[in-house]
Ligand binder design. Structure first.
Ligand code: SF4
Length: 621
């Protein structure tokens, strides 16, 4: 958080302090009448003069400030607490909760605030005790709307998904991740509510429905001074000035607070740094393996009002990853590789579900686990790193705190111990001056450091398996190489299995032991990385290899066409429309995944021709 502009803080502090100290400032009695000196001009005894019945205006002004500020703070706080809670619950949980909270807010919003307050105060009678709950009720819908809109904008942000991936529960996500991220708009709404409460209190008092006379109030003062404004305007001027200045100061204060809590600022210049040697590691658990068998993901579609259909963007995918092994899943956008990774951890978006297959990890079938069991697993034994660390890290919390939180979700350690461990993890992933960097916000770090921080968070609970979804795509080549090197070091050091999802074959060559190539939701080829690179047995793999940027700087060969959408898959081979080796029989029936070697499989009916001479065959096609 940056420094708050001190000017509105000091100004509002002075107003509050003076109002609070009114009984001890030696002021005249605010209700003592002195008719013989009515409407007197300012004097040494009465600095701002006397009102229409001779009461001291300065005293009534300061005592009136106590009434106005008390009503404003209490009513805005009530509206903020109830409205924000309802908005967050409705936005985050959705469904019936969403319907109830938002519709209830809409019903209240149908009534103009002043009319609603007038109606209730007329029914219940005037007085500050009535004003506070009434104004609180009037402010609730505004807070509901602001909080609801804020939650909708952040609930599918990657840093919220990343929290789910770490196994954090919904209540904790709402309180620790969502709420701080909507703090800015809620604070602005709070300032508006406070200012509106001061104005509404004065307006209702002016109408005789607010503070009960003879108790001082700015609204009562304005109402009384209006009667005598033909004789002198000073009794009218002072409460109007006090009201205006207070409202403006409140708005300025909350703008200043919002500017301070807004985490998005200009990031520091990218710094180049050397990958240091890893620090002594924390003990990792015994390594295990993951087995995915026949996994399919289905998305329900609605073709018209009555008919629903289903598309399957991932179909019958099977692979295994052994302890200490790196399995790369490679393919273009739309190939289904990321959905496969999300399905393994039960993190599919609400519209998608794992419709077939099984995922086994340490004797447990993950697709059958309930959400609490999956939460214990995520961020614990299996961790995930997402593509964009800026979007995956919570922008309003310090890096060290986020890592410490990830530790405390899964282990009973004190805050201090978790913080120390977070600093050690940051050092371990190669962040220089880790103790200092742990106190940084995400926007204060370079892209490479943020990705390292994400990896530190993912390995915080010593996972046996790490799923990394395009973790280097957003990084430049140098930083990308450093992150890859770091992942390889961590894996070698701890026997952690690694599933590396990427669209880049050069990255695969650098890091993977085995590779799975996906196209249009299916595995089209899989095998050991050296064998697959030397002898691709599917035209799509060969096309991906030739589309990688050549080392001599010449232009790569782009693959013509695009990946078909799941709802528009061809009847035969899905790659046929883009395949240079396609034959009529390729379009007759979908090819099966065939073994082309002990560990090598391909989904192409012409793989034998490719195996005989891939270059000649591809050229002659
Ligand atoms: S089956 Fe036919 S169309 Fe499909 S990849 Fe093989 S050669 Fe190309």
């Amino acid at each position: 958080m940056r420094r708050v502009n001190p000017i509105p803080v000091v100004a509002i502090g002075l107003i509050g302090l003076v109002a609070l100290m009114a009984p001890w400032l030696g002021l005249a009695d605010p209700v003592r009448i002195d008719v013989s000196n009515r409407l007197s001009a300012p004097s040494w005894q009465h600095w701002l003069g006397q009102d229409e019945v001779g009461r001291d205006i300065l005293s009534r002004l300061l005592w009136g400030a106590r009434s106005s500020l008390t009503v404003a703070i209490l009513s805005a706080s009530i509206g903020c607490a109830i409205g924000t809670s309802l908005g967050v619950l409705g936005g985050f949980l959705g469904g019936v909760v969403d319907l109830l909270t938002i519709r209830a807010a809409d019903v209240i919003l149908c009534f103009p605030p002043l009319l609603l307050a007038l109606l209730v105060v007329t029914l219940l009678g005037p007085g500050a005790a009535t004003l506070v709950p009434v104004l609180g009720l009037v402010f609730i819908p505004g807070f509901v709307r602001v909080a609801y809109a804020g939650v909708l904008s952040v609930r599918h942000q990657e840093y919220v998904e990343a929290q789910r991936a770490l196994g954090v529960g919904p209540l904790r996500i709402m309180l620790r991740t969502v709420l701080p991220n909507i703090g800015g708009p809620v604070l602005v709404q709070f300032s508006l509510a406070m200012a509106a409460a001061v104005v509404l209190e004065s307006g209702l008092s002016f109408l005789g429905l607010g503070v009960v006379p003879p108790a001082p109030s700015w609204g009562l003062m304005i109402g009384a001074a209006r009667q005598t404004m033909a004789q002198t305007v000073l009794p009218l001027l002072w409460p109007c000035l006090a009201l205006t200045m207070t409202v403006l100061t409140m708005n300025a204060l909350c703008d200043a607070v919002r500017a301070a809590v807004d985490p998005h600022g200009t990031p520091p210049r990218e710094r180049r740094w050397k990958l240091p040697a890893l620090l002594p590691g924390l003990p990792f658990g015994a390594a295990s393996s993951l087995s995915v068998n026949g996994l399919s993901v289905a998305i329900e579609t609605r073709t018209d009002e009555r008919k629903t259909g289903e598309v399957r963007p991932v179909r019958s995918v099977s692979w295994q990853v052994a302890p200490g092994e790196t399995l790369a899943i490679v393919g273009e956008s739309g190939s289904g590789k990321s959905l496969t990774g999300l399905a393994v951890l039960g993190l599919l978006p609400p519209v998608a579900r794992a419709s077939e297959g099984a995922v086994h990890f340490e004797g447990r079938e993950l697709l059958r686990l309930d959400e609490p069991a999956l939460r214990r697993l995520r961020g614990g034994d299996i961790a995930m790193v997402f593509q964009d660390p800026m979007a995956s890290l919570n922008p309003v919390h310090r890096i060290g705190r986020q890592i410490a939180e990830a530790i405390r979700v899964h282990r009973r350690v004190s805050r201090a111990a978790a913080w120390r461990e977070a600093v050690a993890l940051l050092a371990r992933v190669g962040i220089p001056d880790a103790a200092h960097r742990a106190r940084s916000f995400p926007h204060e770090l370079s892209g490479g450091m943020r990705q390292r921080a994400m990896v530190a968070m993912a390995i915080a609970n010593r996972p046996k398996l790490l799923i990394a979804d395009e973790p280097t795509t957003a990084l430049d080549v140098t930083i990308q190489a450093q992150v890859l090197e770091m992942l390889a070091e961590l894996k070698a050091e701890n026997g952690m299995g690694l599933v590396f999802i990427t669209h880049s074959l050069p990255v695969v060559a650098e890091i993977a032991d085995r590779v799975v190539v996906m196209y249009a939701g299916e595995i089209v080829e899989q095998g050991p990385v050296a064998e697959l690179f030397a002898r691709p047995l599917h035209p799509y793999t060969a096309a991906l290899l030739s589309s990688a940027p050549p080392e001599d700087g010449s232009l790569p060969h782009a693959i013509p066409g695009t990946v078909p959408l799941p709802q528009n898959l061809p009847a035969g081979c899905a790659f046929a429309p883009r395949c240079a080796m396609s034959r009529p029989q390729c379009e007759a029936a979908a090819p099966l995944l065939e073994h082309a070697g002990p560990q090598h499989a391909t989904r192409c009916i012409r793989w034998r021709a490719m195996a005989a001479d891939p270059v000649v065959e591809a050229a002659s096609a």
